[in-house]
Design a protein around this ligand. Structure first.
Ligand SMILES: C[S@@+](CC[C@H](N)C(=O)[O-])C[C@H]1O[C@@H](n2cnc3c(N)ncnc32)[C@H](O)[C@@H]1O
Length: 285
């Protein structure tokens, strides 16, 4: 699908779910995931070595693909000034309405979906993105852009992206999927009747099993983000990978004992944190 059509479809899909985004993605906002995310963000913030953090200027972060402000809120709580960027204007409006952050702490930016044109090199101390790259067909270009706008000593934080487990035949992963889909909340029949859109989506999925209601998503065996490409794109821009952690997503739809049983053998999500070194550090001076 040509990039423009792909992006338009993502914008439409996310504008369409903006009002109910938090309800649809309750799993991302559940206490276990929020606790994990906060801890990891704090770790990444502690790894920043830009001048602003050691000097007077308040640190500045980009939340790329901010949705309704999941990361933005956590970063503002950590005293970052945040630029929250998204392709969906309706989601950006939700961020402003929901967070009502103090002046100077939050600005929103409408993204074009291809690049960060108009954003100067080395603008941010922290560039964070959560559950976004698999929505972007040309994710390598986006990773390069995220790297470009990070300051020397700054950190790129990429979280909630799939590991190969998600497109493998791993029996543990399959068992977890079955458990999650059995315990996820069901829509009542009368609600379904009121929402003919749901039938239309089901029909589209019958015609094309890869059809997703949240736009174009790349999590298939032959179409997914490739970590080698991300790593080498970051290294080319002078980044050092300082954390690469695969973990089992703490879904609220797994009973606790199931999570405990599987957490060390099925690691379906990756967090990658990389820091931009100075040319001096790179040449070993
Ligand atoms: C699953 S949501 C994650 C949102 C948010 N980061 C969170 O933690 O809830 C994916 C987000 O990516 C955005 N998105 C989709 N395509 C994009 C693109 N090409 N460039 C930037 N953002 C995009 C969507 O509008 C949506 O907000």
């Amino acid at each position: 699908m040509p990039a423009e059509r792909h992006i338009r479809r993502n914008v439409r899909a996310h504008d369409g779910i903006a009002a109910e985004y938090d309800a649809i993605h309750a799993e991302l906002l559940c206490p276990a995931e929020q606790q994990r995310l906060k801890l990891k963000l704090k770790w990444a913030v502690g790894a920043i070595r830009t001048e602003s953090v050691s000097g007077n200027r308040p640190p500045h972060a980009l939340d790329f693909g901010c949705g309704t402000g999941n990361l933005t809120r956590l970063l503002i709580e950590m005293d970052f000034g945040v630029t929250a960027g998204d392709v969906s204007t309706k989601l950006l409006r939700r961020v402003r309405d929901k967070l009502g952050a103090p002046a100077g702490m939050l600005e929103t930016m409408r993204l074009n979906g291809y690049d960060l044109a108009g954003v100067r090199d080395g603008t941010f101390d922290l560039v964070a993105t959560y559950s976004v790259l698999h929505h972007v067909a040309d994710y390598a270009k986006i990773v390069d852009e995220l790297a470009r706008v990070t300051r020397i000593g700054g950190v790129v934080f990429i979280d909630h992206e799939a590991t190969g487990v998600q497109w493998s035949d791993d029996p543990g992963w399959k068992a977890l999927q079955a458990i999650a889909s059995a315990s996820a909340p069901r829509t009542s029949w009368w609600r379904k009747l009121l929402q003919p859109r749901r039938y239309w989506r089901r029909l589209r999925r019958l015609i094309n099993p890869r059809y997703q209601s949240e736009g174009d998503i790349h999590v298939w065996p032959d179409d997914h983000i490739e970590w080698d490409i991300i790593d080498s794109s970051l290294r080319k821009r002078g980044f050092e990978i300082i954390l690469c952690e695969d973990y089992l997503f703490p879904s609220p739809y797994y009973p606790q004992e199931v999570f405990e049983e599987y957490k060390d053998r099925v690691r379906d999500i990756r967090l990658l944190v990389a820091r931009r070194s100075s040319p001096g550090e790179r040449s070993g001076k």
